[in-house]
Design a protein around this ligand. Structure first.
Ligand SMILES: NC(=O)c1ccc[n+]([C@@H]2O[C@H](COP(=O)([O-])OP(=O)(O)OC[C@H]3O[C@@H](n4cnc5c(N)ncnc54)[C@H](OP(=O)(O)O)[C@@H]3O)[C@@H](O)[C@H]2O)c1
Length: 258
């Protein structure tokens, strides 16, 4: 299967790297296009078999799957430029661009389309990748889930749930990093050097995530295990609540969803 990735920025580059590390497609089956050469050179240096070009049409012409990884305001012009064919699957990474808009720009009503929202951890095969499908067959949906499950966890959702899930998972990665940064800052005040603190806190966060993912437990169950009555952790947990931690995150997710 041949894949074209249009745009080699944060997302396009991360998807290309993730695909190259996976087993579903080979680097030589991937072609990445970008107007400037620097990002393409960096990709080529990491994966010499990967194809790169500054010509979007050339990248898309032979592809079975065309991934649009440009900024949302460029999507219309880029779709018109590459003129996707009905035999191709069109995949848009652009946040906030609906299937109705994609269909209008492509001028092709029955085309198989996916909206795809990974997060930046896709380059490490650790993304939560949200997928919504439009006029796609069950086989095409399974293929997309297969490709992106190799890069973490892929979840197929109705289009109307994409905005909420994007706020939770794609914006959410920044919230998680903000937690790491804040705890590092506390550590500095308590005498822990940032470079040491960063690894410690990141591993704690990874461990917390693994407890939930591997045990399939609710976070409250894992929190309860740490909160000995009269102990130190519950004092910190109660401080978080008193300072509005839960409410701040709820408001952050809701604002990122608007
Ligand atoms: N970053 C995230 O966490 C995230 C998460 C989910 C979805 N998204 C979506 O992903 C898309 C890309 O975001 P990004 O963060 O990857 O942006 P980005 O880093 O700015 O990358 C966009 C890339 O598109 C290239 N480009 C500009 N005009 C182009 C054209 N006409 N044809 C082909 N490529 C062109 C740019 O090249 P030059 O720099 O050389 O101009 C740049 O490399 C957006 O639609 C965004 O909504 C991002």
């Amino acid at each position: 299967m041949k894949i074209a990735i249009i745009g080699a920025g944060n997302m396009g580059g991360a998807i290309a790297r993730g695909l190259c590390k996976g087993t579903v497609v080979k680097p030589e089956e991937i072609c990445v296009s970008n107007p400037s050469a620097g990002k393409l050179d960096a990709l080529k240096a990491d994966y010499p078999a990967l194809n790169v070009t500054t010509d979007n049409r050339q990248a898309a012409s032979e592809a079975d799957l065309v991934v649009l990884a440009v900024k949302p305001w460029l999507i219309r012009d880029v779709i018109r430029e590459v003129a996707p064919k009905p035999r191709q699957i069109l995949v848009s990474v652009a946040a906030g661009i609906s299937f109705a808009q994609l269909e209008e720009y492509a001028g092709c009503a029955e085309m198989s389309m996916f909206r795809l929202i990974p997060n930046t951890a896709i380059s490490l095969l650790q993304s939560t990748t949200l997928l919504a499908s439009h006029h796609a067959t069950k086989e095409q949906e399974q293929l997309m889930l297969h490709i992106f499950n190799e890069m973490g966890l892929a979840v197929l959702l109705p289009e109307e749930k994409m905005a909420a899930a994007t706020a939770m998972t794609s914006c959410g990665i920044a919230y998680a990093l903000k937690y790491v940064q804040a705890v590092m800052q506390a550590g500095v005040e308590l005498g822990i050097y940032p470079k040491d603190g960063m690894k410690m806190v990141a591993q704690s966060m990874k461990g917390a995530a693994e407890l939930i993912l591997q045990n399939d437990t609710h976070p409250a169950v894992e929190i309860d295990k740490v909160c000995t009555p009269g102990g130190l952790t519950v004092k910190g947990i109660n401080t978080l609540e008193a300072e509005g931690f839960t409410n701040a995150l709820i408001q952050a997710v809701k604002n990122s969803c608007r």
